[in-house]
Design a protein around this ligand. Structure first.
Ligand SMILES: [Mg+2]
Length: 257
């Protein structure tokens, strides 16, 4: 029987067991569409924001979650130890909490403990609302994006996307690099370099806003200028909060004399 050309002409109804040809094409092409063109803006091209302590203050959530776990383990925990946890991956924090006891725990036991702490933390995170975003965050992001500056969140937290959704800030960023996207946490520069590569910007054209020393060290190792929120050791410039920041301030290191 001759082939009925009309029948096989587009649009072709695909059998139910095969993916729709249009779905397949969009799946295949979507990543390519998501790669942005190289930025042409002179000077600053991208701002990489830390999440905790910069865009939202969840420090108290972390403190109470670690304190809850420490109390259960009858281990000491205070503000000083909590401060050293800033920007450090969860498992590394757990080792700091366990101290000399850490070597007696199997990795599986540590995983259970870290998940337990995360559960306490998430109970509090779920109460976040859009108005909990740091003052000035929305205005600054609007100003940056209107000027063609790309934006990213670079956080050690594996809950970064959830937090951004709850704050209704997810659409304000071109990309998110969180704890699940990297193999080495801050102070390793991997997370910042990954964000720069996704945004197609040179590291020297990115600027990092951080509140943690580990994050500042990671940014410096990635060859990126830094702004500390509140005084942070190693930051090239420091401000009290996002309300003190504007595009001219952030652009200043790149301005030609
Ligand atoms: Mg932080």
């Amino acid at each position: 029987m001759p082939l009925n050309v009309e029948k096989v002409k587009y649009p072709l109804a695909a059998p139910a067991t095969l993916p729709d040809v249009h779905d397949f094409a969009s799946w295949l092409l979507a990543p390519a569409h998501r790669i942005p063109p190289k930025p042409t803006r002179p000077g600053l091209q991208a701002v990489l924001f830390d999440l905790d302590g910069v865009l939202v203050d969840t420090a108290a959530f972390h403190y109470h979650a670690w304190k809850h776990l420490a109390d259960e383990l009858t281990l000491p925990f205070d503000e000083n130890l909590n401060r050293s946890f800033r920007g450090v991956p969860r498992m590394a924090c757990l080792d700091l909490l366990l101290g000399e006891h850490a070597r007696y725990f199997a990795i599986e036991e540590k995983t259970v403990l870290a998940e337990r702490k995360n559960g306490y933390y998430l109970d509090q995170v779920r109460t976040l609302r859009p108005e909990d975003a740091a003052p000035g965050a929305r205005d600054l992001l609007t100003e940056l994006r209107a000027a063609g500056v790309r934006t990213a969140v670079v956080s050690a937290s594996k809950n970064a996307r959830l937090v951004l959704d709850l704050l209704r800030l997810a659409d304000a960023f071109d990309t998110v690099v969180d704890g699940g996207d990297v193999t080495r946490g801050k102070p390793d520069p991997q997370c910042f370099l990954k964000a720069a590569a996704t945004l197609r910007t040179a590291p020297q054209r990115c600027l990092v806003i951080e509140d943690g020393e580990a994050g500042i060290r990671a940014a410096r190792a990635a060859d990126m200028p830094t702004v500390g929120i509140a005084p942070v050791r190693g930051a090239q410039r420091s401000v009290g909060g996002l309300t003190d920041l504007s595009l001219p301030f952030l652009d200043a290191p790149y301005a030609t004399p």
